[in-house]
Design a binder for this molecule. Structure first.
Ligand code: SIN
Ligand code: FE2
Length: 247
């Protein structure tokens, strides 16, 4: 069992009282007492990602109901679609966006656009619950005052993958990426600043959040092909919410 920590606990300071009792290496996550046992076979502890990057295990789990209901509204207005890369490949991950901009790709390239190219309408606004989660996670990673203007939503089914890439279509690299995993597990590849650098493999589960910024902001990352799985709320799917400050 992983203990999850609600926002009210964080705000009331109960969380800090809990953290104060933990050994230093475990201070990044509400789940870390159990996590240090759990992680042995599954990936590095949350303070092992290097400068500027942090994993918050289970951080989003207590908000799952609100997040998923907000996501349904977003997807009703801007349905998931498989976009095409500039090289002409259909992506295995289905995507949509919310916020004042959305990330899109087609034969002409990658870019941020204010309107959904499928409908011509503005992307749905960023739900309050998304914003609160992203700002809270960024603050835990040391990035205070984070206000993302984009949430790219990635939907994976077994077999879907995301090749190693950098997030570099944004204007302002001082702002971090906040990446939230929901649904069935995935293996996140976290490389260096060059494509050829070694990659760490990090197993991400429902509710886990990674924040990377500062010296880690342009690190290569990707997702290995998803294995078969079943999640009680989401079935055979993984959803990733990737928050960015694009403009
Ligand atoms: C991304 O890099 O946009 C998504 C990463 C993930 O699905 O965890
Ligand atoms: Fe990315």
């Amino acid at each position: 069992m992983r203990r999850s920590c609600s926002y009210s606990e964080v705000e009331s300071g109960l969380w800090y009282a809990f953290v104060a009792k933990l050994p230093m290496r475990n201070r990044n996550s509400p789940t870390s007492t159990k996590f240090s046992e759990r992680v042995t076979g599954d990936g590095p502890p949350e303070d092992a990602l290097g400068p500027g990057a942090i994993i918050l295990r289970g951080f989003a789990a207590s908000e799952e109901t609100e997040l998923l209901s907000a996501l349904q509204h977003v997807a009703a207005r801007a349905p998931f679609r498989h976009m095409v890369t500039p090289g002409g490949f259909r992506m295995s991950v289905a995507m949509t966006n919310c916020g004042s901009l959305g990330w899109v790709t087609d034969r002409t390239g990658y870019r941020y656009a204010a309107a959904d190219p499928e409908s011509g309408l503005p992307w749905p606004p960023m739900p309050e619950s998304f914003l609160r989660l992203a700002t809270g996670a960024a603050a835990r990673g040391g990035f205070n005052g984070y206000v993302p203007d984009v949430c790219l939503v990635n939907r994976y089914e077994p077999g879907a993958k995301l090749s190693l890439h950098q997030d570099k279509d944004e204007q302002d690299f001082t702002q971090p990426i906040v990446s939230v995993s929901l649904g069935i597990p995935a293996v996140f590849l976290f490389g260096g600043l060059s494509r050829a650098d070694n990659t760490q493999r990090i197993r991400l589960e429902h509710g886990d959040v990674i924040v990377w910024g500062g010296p880690a902001r342009l690190r290569y990352h990707g997702i290995l092909p998803l294995k078969e799985g079943h999640h009680p709320l989401m079935g055979r799917r993984r959803i990733n919410l990737t928050f960015r400050k694009a403009a």
